[in-house]
Design a binder for this molecule. Structure first.
Ligand code: CAA
Length: 240
């Protein structure tokens, strides 16, 4: 039986590449999205992967969305918590809304989705949860106290849940991407981005498929002894 995977934020950017990579690895994939219906429709037409709409920051929405995927495709074996947003700004200018939206989406989404699928994985004795962190959660980033806190929280969440899943065959790992060529990074002012890229030892932005391949590996049987770890894929930007 093909494994069933949910990829949150799975119709665009890094999430799109992950959805496609998991499909190529023989999984039945459901790509979650929240905002952009046109992009989701286009994604499904191009890839044949169904898109499901809910907001990962909404606890009840996650339970209902995951239940719908399970009813349509089968019990969920793999969860990739990829959905994330930025609301960049220095602390002096950041309002509470910008703080809360990023924490609720990027970190709260991991809790909400894990609550929906972890119990079933545990009962069936097999599961994979991959949380997408960030180099900026490991190293911090000027103008991102919200995002860095949420992403750093993801790394702690990963290590704690890994301990709870280990004896039930459920591995929980994180990937910490560096600056990847996506819409999110394109929104960084060009002069600021040029300075960041100049400090990346390999001297370029990463590509979404370079993250997706790491996710596919961690989801495979070859990754079964890896849990509670963080795989940094950042061109050497932060060696940790
Ligand atoms: N370190 C120290 N000082 C810095 C700095 C840095 N990294 N960046 C900017 N500054 C300084 C500037 O030199 C400037 O100083 P002066 O006033 O003395 O000249 C001051 O801070 C204000 O800088 P800005 O003009 O840039 O301020 P702003 O308010 O217009 O913008 C900002 C601030 C929104 C943080 C903007 O700098 C920015 O967008 N930075 C990029 C943030 C970033 O990297 N986001 C990543 C998004 S992608 C992502 O998050 C994916 C992932 O996981 C990697």
């Amino acid at each position: 039986m093909a494994k069933v995977a949910i990829v949150t934020g799975g119709t665009r950017g890094i999430g799109e590449a992950i959805s496609v990579a998991l499909k190529e690895h023989g999984m039945t994939v459901a790509a979650n999205y929240c905002g952009n219906d046109d992009r989701a429709r286009d994604f499904t037409e191009r890839t044949g992967i169904p898109a499901y709409k809910w907001d990962v920051a909404d606890f009840d929405g996650c339970q209902e969305g995951a239940a719908k995927v399970a009813a349509d495709l089968g019990p969920v074996d793999v969860l990739v918590n990829n959905a994330g947003i930025t609301r960049d700004g220095v602390l002096m200018k950041m309002d509470y809304k910008a703080w809360k939206e990023v924490i609720d989406t990027n970190l709260g989404g991991c809790f909400n989705m894990a609550k929906a699928v972890f119990p079933g994985m545990r009962d069936r004795g097999w599961g994979r949860i991959i949380n997408i962190g960030s180099v900026n959660g490991q190293a911090g980033q000027y103008g991102q106290v919200n995002y860095a806190a949420a992403k750093s929280g993801i790394h702690g969440f990963t290590k704690a849940l890994a301990q709870e899943g280990a004896k039930f065959g459920v591995t929980v790992n994180a990937i910490a991407p560096g600056y990847i060529d996506t819409d999110m990074v394109a929104a960084v002012p060009a002069d600021v981005l040029a300075k960041i890229v100049a400090r990346v030892p390999v001297g370029r932005l990463g590509q979404a498929h370079e993250i997706a391949r790491g996710v596919a590996f961690l989801c495979s049987e070859d990754g079964s002894f890896i849990t509670g770890s963080t795989l940094s894929i950042n061109g050497g930007q932060h060696m940790y």
